[in-house]
Design a protein around this ligand. Structure first.
Ligand SMILES: *[C@@H]1O[C@H](CO)[C@@H](O)[C@H](O)[C@H]1NC(C)=O
Ligand SMILES: *[C@@H]1O[C@H](CO)[C@@H](O)[C@H](O)[C@H]1NC(C)=O
Ligand SMILES: *[C@@H]1O[C@H](CO)[C@@H](O)[C@H](O)[C@H]1NC(C)=O
Ligand SMILES: *[C@@H]1O[C@H](CO)[C@@H](O)[C@H](O)[C@H]1NC(C)=O
Ligand SMILES: *[C@@H]1O[C@H](CO)[C@@H](O)[C@H](O)[C@H]1NC(C)=O
Length: 260
């Protein structure tokens, strides 16, 4: 009974950098202007070095690409299939075709830098392209906190000529949520999880709660009655608190974040 109560006590975090804008919400886009590759080649490059070819989710985002020219992440298998985004093969809801497009047997999407409209082109044409880096990643796999940490750290290498390991060269870590907006954004992301709670990178070590990424110590309200060593930080999908804790051996979904 005691333990149960203990788990439910929310950590009242004093955010170190209150009021700062989110560092996680903004994805950064990279425009490969002087590489001219087929759509598949561009996709492979983006997936290897970054997250994927860009996804354009709506009118506002589309304006961010107004002056960019090249392949975007939209494709279809053939003239009768749905248009999907390369990232997660999601069926496209927002599209912005130039009139007369898409054309039959042109199954990859391209945009010119003089318009916000898109065109279909044959996928083997060679074009410049746009990749993006996702800073906060929801992993819909059920893992213990330790396994989740390892998964995040293996996602991508800093130096791509060497493998990423749990000890060095990793680009991602279990999520560090520093600003209030990071929390808001993390909760939005967590809505897509298959579990009601997701792991964050918060761990109790050597008498204090800290971010595994090494981005600082977290001040919290007294929860001494807990067996804190065996507890790790979670974000509750439909919750209202910044953080809660849960037994580290539970297997749930988790959030990874890209290191600065
Ligand atoms: C088109 O692709 C779909 C999958 O998206 C497939 O089921 C269908 O058989 C394909 N049609 C042709 C004509 O190849
Ligand atoms: C559009 O792209 C072309 C070809 O890469 C380039 O020469 C031109 O300067 C670009 N224009 C703008 C407005 O970025
Ligand atoms: C993870 O656990 C949830 C809740 O128990 C379950 O609904 C979901 O299918 C599991 N996901 C995987 C990938 O095993
Ligand atoms: C990346 O790793 C390769 C292979 O070990 C090494 O030669 C190269 O210097 C590294 N690059 C950077 C920027 O550290
Ligand atoms: C959140 O969801 C869980 C499981 O669906 C439910 O038991 C709980 O009451 C919900 N909490 C809130 C604050 O809505």
């Amino acid at each position: 009974m005691m333990r149960k109560i203990c788990v439910l006590v929310p950590l009242l975090l004093l955010l170190a950098v209150c009021g700062q804008v989110s560092v996680l919400r903004t994805e950064n886009f990279l425009h490969y202007r002087s590489n001219f590759w087929s759509w598949k080649g561009a996709q492979a490059h983006c997936r290897q070095k970054h997250t994927d070819l860009v996804t354009i989710g709506g009118e506002k985002e589309n304006q961010d690409f107004l002056y960019s020219q090249g392949w975007i992440g939209l494709y279809r298998e053939n003239s009768t299939s749905n248009w999907k985004w390369s990232r997660r093969d999601e069926i496209a809801v927002f599209t912005n075709w130039e009139s007369g497009f898409p054309k039959p047997d042109q199954n990859c999407a391209f945009k010119y830098n003089i318009t916000d409209k898109w065109e279909s082109h044959p996928c083997d044409h060679k074009h410049s392209f746009m990749c993006y880096n996702e800073k906060l990643v929801l992993v819909k796999k059920n893992k213990t906190w330790e396994q989740a940490l390892e998964h995040c750290r293996n996602l991508e290498a800093v130096n791509s000529s060497e493998p990423a390991t749990a000890f060095r060269n990793h680009r991602y870590d279990l999520a560090t949520l520093l600003t209030l907006d990071d929390h808001v954004y993390a909760r939005e992301k967590a809505k897509g999880a298959t579990t009601n709670e997701v792991w964050t990178g918060l761990r109790y070590l050597a008498g204090q709660w800290l971010w595994v990424s090494g981005q600082g110590v977290v001040t919290y309200k007294d929860i001494k009655s807990c067996q804190t060593q065996r507890y790790c930080g979670i974000l509750v999908k439909n919750g209202t608190t910044l953080f809660e804790t849960s037994h580290c051996k539970r297997k749930i979904n988790f959030l990874c974040s890209r290191k600065p």
